[in-house]
Each structure stands twice: as C-alpha cells, then as structure tokens.
Ligand binder design. Structure first.
Ligand SMILES: CC(C)(COP(=O)(O)OP(=O)(O)OC[C@H]1O[C@@H](n2cnc3c(N)ncnc32)[C@H](O)[C@@H]1OP(=O)(O)O)[C@@H](O)C(=O)NCCC(=O)NCCS
Length: 119
C-alpha cells in the first residue's frame, strides 16, 4: 500500500530516488529530498507491504493535474507490478485529477495508461 513519506524513511527514500537517472548526484538528491519536505505542492509516497519496495513522487500542478516526477522500484522487486500499482494508487488517491508525466516518467506512464486508457 501507498504510505506518505516521513523523515524516518529518509535513507530508504534517498536510496530509491537514486535509481532515477537524474538523481545520481548526491547534491541533486539532497535538493530533491528538501523540495519534497518543504514544497507544499510536492508529495512523496512509498510502497510498503512486507518491505518498502518503491517510491513515487508527485507535484500538484493545478486543480486538474498532477505531475508524476519520480517513480522508482527497488531492483529486487521489479517486474512484479509495484511500479504500476503505485501509479494506480495515485490515480485512486486523486480521482478527479489527470496524471501528467515529465520527460523521465513519460514512457512508464504511457505503459501504465495502456491499462487505464481513459486517463
Ligand atoms: C520504471 C520502474 C519504476 C518500473 O517498476 P516495476 O515495478 O518493475 O514495473 P511494473 O512491474 O509495474 O511494470 C513492468 C512493465 O513496465 C515496463 N517498463 C519498465 N520500465 C519502463 C520504462 N522506463 N518505460 C516504459 N516501460 C517500462 C516493463 O517493460 C514491463 O512491461 P510488461 O508489463 O509489458 O512486461 C523501475 O524499472 C525502476 O525503478 N527503474 C529505475 C527508475 C527509473 O528509471 N524511473 C524512470 C521511469 S518511471
């Protein structure tokens, strides 16, 4: 299930974020974490069942749209539907909003949209 990021998950969240191609540099990673902690329109979520397996970060752009900024799954748990489940959980959490990708999440979002052609 999707849980909201809290400070005690900082290390695991940074580890997951670092799998994103634009978050390889530690300074950039720290700046991104700070953005999620301070920017009210940005929210970070973790996917947790027995383990914390993935992360999804969003930004509320306006009353109609949510941008998917980051999606990352621990390599040990990839290809098990965690990524798609996180996108679907965000869709359910914000049912009145359209999900829009950035250049990094576009291809995966497109893959997810194949399952949800109406959004
Ligand atoms: C992208 C990522 C989040 C997918 O997570 P996952 O839990 O393995 O994904 P799921 O199991 O839900 O879905 C797997 C499907 O997505 C496809 N997929 C994986 N990464 C993809 C990508 N970057 N673009 C398009 N499709 C992708 C797989 O080929 C697979 O397709 P299939 O169902 O036809 O076999 C994971 O590979 C990851 O963390 N990558 C590193 C971070 C990253 O690069 N993020 C940017 C893209 S969001």
């Amino acid at each position: 299930m999707l849980i909201k990021y809290k400070k005690n998950f900082e290390k695991i969240a940074m580890g997951l974020l670092s799998f994103m191609p634009n978050e390889k540099d530690i300074k950039k990673l720290q700046a991104t974490m700070k953005m999620y902690e301070t920017d009210e329109s940005s929210q970070l979520f973790l996917w947790k069942d027995e383990d914390i397996k993935g992360l999804i970060g969003i930004s509320v752009l306006n009353e109609n749209e949510i941008e998917i900024l980051h999606v990352s799954v621990n390599p040990s748990f990839r290809h098990q539907g965690v990524g798609k489940s996180m996108v679907s959980a965000i869709r359910n959490q914000f049912p009145d909003k359209k999900l829009v990708p950035n250049e990094l999440t576009a291809a995966f979002l497109e893959k997810c949209e194949a399952d949800h052609p109406t959004t």
